[in-house]
Design a protein around this ligand. Structure first.
Ligand SMILES: [Fe+2]
Length: 175
């Protein structure tokens, strides 16, 4: 790199910007990949993702929150224990801070609904009291995420969310 030229970097920047649409396509293919994961739940992880996003949309969430709801567990493709942070970092340049935090900390909020069965503290959300994103994270966990395992729920099709994914991932807001 220390022998590279400004002209070369201009070319790289131009081609990188032109290639940005591949990000959304990769995200969509990861969502489809979630259909291979069920791990004992009553629906597979793709249905869970779509159902969470559908519930968010039906309760008036904005587009960034809907797309984050669709992606919130996509980190499970790689590693379950740290899946919230994986998904949150994928989203980070493309969404506002509170949406990033909603995904990054969602497991602490979700714990209220089942951690007692695993001998874990169900009140980890209390560590986040006072954060500006607390209310959003609470709504996400309690009203959308934890309910989104219903095999009889009339989820919207993934195609409904595809244009939203393409718009949110069209351009990074930050790096
Ligand atoms: Fe979830």
């Amino acid at each position: 790199m220390d022998v590279s030229t400004r002209e070369q970097w201009m070319t790289i920047a131009e081609k990188t910007i032109a290639a940005q649409p591949r990000v959304a396509e990769q995200i969509l293919s990861m969502i489809k990949g979630l259909s291979a994961i069920t791990d004992g739940f009553s629906v597979d992880q793709m249905e869970h993702a779509i159902q969470t996003a559908t519930r968010a949309e039906r309760e008036g969430a904005d587009e960034e929150v809907i797309v984050a709801s669709l992606l919130h567990d996509v980190g499970k493709l790689i590693s379950v224990p740290n899946h919230p942070k994986i998904a949150a970092e994928i989203l980070r340049p493309y969404v506002r801070e509170e949406v990033y935090c909603m995904v990054a900390h969602h497991q602490d909020f979700q714990g209220r609904h089942y951690y007692e069965h695993l001998g874990m503290n169900p009140n980890l959300r209390e560590n986040h009291v006072g954060q500006p994103w607390y209310e959003l994270a609470e709504k996400f966990a309690d009203r959308w995420d934890q309910k989104a395992f219903d095999p009889g729920y009339d989820s919207l099709p993934l195609e409904h969310f595809e244009p939203m994914v393409r718009r949110v991932f069209a351009k990074a807001k930050s790096i």
